[in-house]
Ligand binder design. Structure first.
Ligand code: RP5
Length: 163
């Protein structure tokens, strides 16, 4: 049987997957099971409500929500759950993702969405892992190993520059 998903990765359209797959990939690196679902704030509003309301009860601990353009999905999900929500602005053909970024980041006080950079699904996954790692020592250890790996990578690059 597959592991119980701890992170829900949702997006407004399957066209967002070209960006959002990176969240799933990095969560796999940390050994964190996730689920993926298209949930549109505008095209499937009833599904949005049930997904957000049921998320905690189904065992999810963090929701990563990506959307482009008029990107209302992360904020609307955050309004209907007390789980932490990480928002990913997805860049579309026009406006370079600035529209998505501003739609997601400008939340009213009381309903936070932790917004990452435009196209920043990888960091969304790492942030979700850090939220889980605050109370899960095994995940925290993997996060430390990941950070150590980045430090070693920079040292290797410096050594190569000087060789
Ligand atoms: C948004 O509209 C989605 O998140 C997507 O980024 C954008 C375009 O969707 P499609 O027309 O490609 O399905 O809600």
């Amino acid at each position: 049987m597959a592991d119980q998903p701890r992170v829900g990765i949702i997006m407004g359209s399957d066209s967002d997957w070209r960006v959002m797959y990176e969240a799933r990939e990095v969560l796999e690196e940390f050994g964190i099971a996730s689920e993926v679902e298209v949930v549109s704030a505008h095209r499937t509003p009833d599904k949005l409500v049930s997904y957000a309301r049921d998320a905690r009860g189904r065992g999810l601990e963090v929701i990563i929500a990506g959307a482009g353009g008029a990107a209302h999905l992360p904020g609307m999900v955050a309004s209907m759950t007390t789980l932490p929500v990480v928002g990913v602005p997805v860049p579309l053909k026009y406006l370079d993702g600035m529209d998505s970024l501003l739609s997601i980041v400008q939340m009213p006080a009381g309903i936070p969405v932790a917004t990452v950079s435009i196209g920043g699904a990888k960091n969304a996954g790492i942030l979700a892992a850090r939220i889980i790692g605050a109370s899960d020592a095994a995940v925290a250890d993997r996060l430390q190993a990941y950070a150590d790996g980045l430090t070693a990578m920079v040292a290797d690059k410096n050594a190569a520059l000087k060789a």
